[in-house]
Structures are given as C-alpha cells and as structure tokens.
Ligand binder design. Sequence first.
Ligand SMILES: *[C@@H]1O[C@H](CO)[C@@H](O)[C@H](O)[C@H]1NC(C)=O
Ligand SMILES: *[C@@H]1O[C@H](CO)[C@@H](O)[C@H](O)[C@H]1NC(C)=O
Ligand SMILES: *[C@@H]1O[C@H](CO)[C@@H](O)[C@H](O)[C@H]1NC(C)=O
Ligand SMILES: *[C@@H]1O[C@H](CO)[C@@H](O)[C@H](O)[C@H]1NC(C)=O
Ligand SMILES: *[C@@H]1O[C@H](CO)[C@@H](O)[C@H](O)[C@H]1NC(C)=O
Ligand SMILES: *[C@@H]1O[C@H](CO)[C@@H](O)[C@H](O)[C@H]1NC(C)=O
Length: 539
Amino acid sequence: MVAIVARPPLPALLALLGALLPGPGAAQTSVKPLEAIIPRGGSMKVNCTASCDQHPILGLETPLTKSVVASGSHWVTYELSDIQDNSRPMCFSNCGTKQSAASTSITVYWFPERVDLASLPHWQPVGENLTLRCQVKGGAPRAHLSVALLRGEEVLNQQPVVKEPAEVTATVLARRDDHGTNFSCRTELDLHSLGLGLFQNSSVSRQLRTFVLPKIRPRLATPRIMEVGTHWPVNCTLDGLFPVSEARVHLALEDQRLEPTVKYSKDFLSATAWVNVTGKDEGIRQLTCAVMLGNQDQRTQENVTIYSFPAPSLTLRVHHSPFEDLGNKFEVFESTVVIVECKAHAGAVVTLSGAPTKPPDSSAQLKLNATAEDNGRNFSCSAALEVAGQMLYKNKTQELHVLYGPRLDERDCLGNWTWQEGSQQTLRCEAKGNPTPKLDCRRKKDEALLPIGDLRPVKWTISGTYTCKATSRLGAVTREVVVNVISQPNNMVIILVAAAVTLGTVCTAAYLYNRQRKIREYKLQKAQEAVAMKLNTPP
Ligand SMILES: *[C@@H]1O[C@H](CO)[C@@H](O)[C@H](O)[C@H]1NC(C)=O
Ligand SMILES: *[C@@H]1O[C@H](CO)[C@@H](O)[C@H](O)[C@H]1NC(C)=O
Ligand SMILES: *[C@@H]1O[C@H](CO)[C@@H](O)[C@H](O)[C@H]1NC(C)=O
Ligand SMILES: *[C@@H]1O[C@H](CO)[C@@H](O)[C@H](O)[C@H]1NC(C)=O
Ligand SMILES: *[C@@H]1O[C@H](CO)[C@@H](O)[C@H](O)[C@H]1NC(C)=O
Ligand SMILES: *[C@@H]1O[C@H](CO)[C@@H](O)[C@H](O)[C@H]1NC(C)=O
C-alpha cells in the first residue's frame, strides 16, 4: 500500500516544526534509524515511535514515496522506496495537545554513470606535451568521490569530483617509453567512513603511440646522371627513427613510384630501389625520397639528368662505292682511296684520329690513299657529350686492312751479315705483305736452308750466299743474303799457349813426384839392410 503525502508549503511546515519542538517533560517522538546510507533508487524502513500516555497520532513527513508496512498503538514502520536524493524524513506525533517530531538523515550514494577518457592523438611526438582529459558524469556523494588519471598503473593526477559533469586534465611529456602504454581514468567512491567500501569505476583504456621523426632530411644517394637503357640503384637512409618498424618510405622518380627494399636496424632505415631508365624519362627529373612516421614526414629531392648517348658510328668505305658490307673486317688493295667517317647524334662532338682539326661538330671525315703502312691502322672516333656539367665519352675503333704483295727489303732482311765464328747472334729475315708471304731462303751452292733465329754459337759452316724468296697470292720477290763467318786466329794462339803451359806443368809435376818416390824407396832399402844386419849378429 502506497500513501502519497501532499507536500505542504515550506513556511507552513517550518511553523509547524517550531510548534512541535518538544518541551521539557513533554511527549517524545523518536525515529529509527537516525542515519542511513543507501544506493540511489533503493528502499528502506523507517520506524517512528511516540512515547505518549494516550493513543498518539503518528505520521511521517517526507516527499518520498512511503507506505506503512507495520504499526502498533505507539509506533508505525514505513517503507520508503525509490529514494533518489539525500533526504531528511521527519516523524511527528500528536499526544493530546502536545506535538513532537524527530527526523532521520538519509544519504544516497551512486556510482558515476560515465567515466570517459577523451581519445588520444593518433600519434604523439616524443618530447611534446600531451593533455589527458577525463570527464565524469554523475556519482554521489560528491564529498567522497574523486577521479584519477592513470598512465599504466601510475597515478598522474587525482582530484575531487566537483562540477557536473566534472572534467579533470593532466599534462604529461610524451616519452619513448610511453609507446604502447595504456592511459585511463578511474573514479573512486570512498564510503569507508560510512561503513561501506571503496568503489572504483574505470574508463576504457586508450593506448598511446609515440614516435620520433628527426628534423633532418633523409640522405638520398643517387647518380646525378643516368643513361637511357641502364639501370641504377638509389638508396635512401634516415637515422634516429622511433619506432623504426612503423616508418614508411616513398621513393619515386617524378610520379613513377619505385619499389624499394627496406631494411630496418636499430632506429635506422635504409631503402634501396632500382631505376630502369627509359627513353621517355629523358631530361631533368626529380627523384624523391619521403620517410613517413606518425603523422609527419621528411623528404629529400634530387635532380637526376636522364640522357641518351648512343656510341658514334664509325664507317670505312671505298670512294665511289657507298655500299660496302664491311662485316668486322674492312680490306682494300693498296692505293685505294678510303673514306673514314664518324657520326654521333646531335649535341655530341666527335674527334676522329688522324683527321685534320676542324671546328667542333657531330661528324668528321677523313680521306686517305691506302698504303702498306696503313695495314692494321686503327681509326678511332671519340664522341663527347656534356651532361649536367660532366663530360662523357664514347669511342669506336675500326681497323683498316690493306692488301699488298710480298716485300723483302733491307729493313725486313739485311743483305750482308758478317760475324765472327763462335759469337752469339740472331739472324733476322722476315718478309712483309698482306696476306703474309711464305719465305724460303736457300744457299746457292747446296740448297742449304738459311738458319733464321738465334745462333749460339755462330758456326763457320753457315757462310755462303743465299737466295730468299717471299711468295704470296699477290706475287713473289727475291733477295740475296750473304753470310760471312770469320774465324778468330788469336783464339788458336791462346789455346796453343794454354796447352803448352798445361803440358809443361804436368811434366814438371810428374818428374818431381818420381824423384821423391825414388828417394823414399832408397831410404827404405837402407833401413831394411840395417835390421837384417842386427838379426844376424849373435848376442
Ligand atoms: C593495453 O590495452 C590493450 C587492450 O586495450 C592490451 O591488449 C595491451 O596489452 C595493454 N598494454 C599494456 C602495456 O598493458
Ligand atoms: C562502477 O563500479 C561498480 C563497482 O565498483 C559497479 O558495480 C558498477 O556497475 C560500475 N558502473 C559502471 C557504469 O560501470
Ligand atoms: C632541380 O632543378 C630545378 C629546375 O629544373 C631547380 O629549380 C632546382 O633548384 C633543382 N634542385 C636541386 C636540388 O638542384
Ligand atoms: C695513291 O698512291 C699511289 C702511290 O703513291 C699512286 O700511284 C696513286 O695514284 C694514288 N691514288 C690516288 C687516287 O691518289
Ligand atoms: C675515349 O676517347 C677519349 C678521348 O680520346 C679518352 O679520353 C677516353 O678515355 C676514351 N674512352 C674509352 C672507353 O676508350
Ligand atoms: C758485305 O760486308 C763486307 C764487310 O762489311 C764487305 O766487304 C762486302 O763487300 C759486303 N758485301 C755485300 C754484298 O754488300
């Protein structure tokens, strides 16, 4: 049963209370309990008792929902329900004409409805201040309610909760160690003093991500010039990154992204990519490296000059016959007019060996009447191109082959050799010609072959007059070669004298030896005779 009491106007109630205050020796009203703490929305029983010698009129003055749960002649037990706020219900009694009253104090407690930690920055730079905000909504009694901001388990700031809603803040310097740390806030409703316990409510925890991106540009190592058709590595590095594994690299040539291989070591990142240089990239291009970490990035740009520089073309051709399939070998007969031509692509300057000096141009020409001396001559054409202040060269060489008949002149084969017998000499005789001629040298008198090459020693027997013949498919030439070997008479004298001296020495030695032997033999004989004489003498 629920009895709802109409609320009397406050001044009237106060007047009534003044009248009701018990006088000395008057009837008494008491209430139980005098104090109570209950959770919000809860119910409790209040017992009003009157000490009165007659049947008293008992009542409970409260704006709360009340109902009588039990009663006697001098008491009534009420149940108060749905108690939302602190309240002071008052029991009163009328004992005849005397009135008295007593009130109870009800304290309502409740936990905060919301404890919210404002979201943290997505990334927080190390060394910068981070402000944490926590909002608390609801909760009572406020005198017993506080809120703490936590880094992990460490309390950063603890304050009483006052306003509604209440906000507490704490500012901390973000550290490397805070990376991955959970921040949260927690309310504490401490009702120990009221006979209850400690009640905590926590916000969701939020994980902080801190980072360090140094205020320096990445180091970008790249060739300053790149030739079309080549490929080059480019490397971008940056040190002092934290957490390095979260760093990202962007490498691009203009708007063409490169695919780098990224290596991480302690706080250090190195990205390497290959640039395949194609013709469409020709010109000055920007190579960019950007390292991104957290919500920041650092970038470096370098200019790369992309050029194309084909090697010059070097052609040898015969006058009046523009088309000649040269293959690898260009061969002409002696006294043929040969044109040597070198061409490079526009912008390059060529230099052709042997050509007269001319103002710089991208082509050069040389005309010559081929001689035997030109056989094996190399023509080289060097093209020079300036790219980004750097001189680049590309060369081409071609060999000229001149066909000419056999040659056997004084330079190739001396016609007269005069040597001393026994000396060491080298006989040179070589026929010239293209194709190389075959050489055959025979002595006139007996067809003996000329000993060409090293002679050690020279023998008397090779003297004579030889006929040398050089032959190739282009003809034949002959040449006479005289070899004189002169014997050394002085040598014979020395040998004879030496022999005589040797013989003399040997004879003298033999004589002396013989004489010495004979003396020794004589002495021995004499001694033997003396012994024999002693043996024959009787004692
Ligand atoms: C932080 O909280 C997340 C979940 O919210 C948890 O996975 C992680 O282990 C916590 N980190 C620390 C350091 O307590
Ligand atoms: C607050 O904490 C108490 C216990 O300490 C719990 O019973 C209550 O459900 C919590 N309130 C919220 C909103 O989580
Ligand atoms: C790159 O070249 C541009 C012009 O093409 C120039 O403005 C810029 O300064 C150059 N940058 C560097 C780093 O040399
Ligand atoms: C080439 O040189 C040879 C020998 O010196 C000469 O006989 C010939 O006429 C020259 N040819 C030309 C086209 O000048
Ligand atoms: C090409 O020729 C130039 C000038 O003649 C020379 O400096 C350079 O070394 C040559 N390069 C090669 C690869 O032969
Ligand atoms: C060869 O040389 C010798 C001495 O040097 C000389 O006497 C002789 O006449 C020369 N013979 C020829 C054919 O030149």
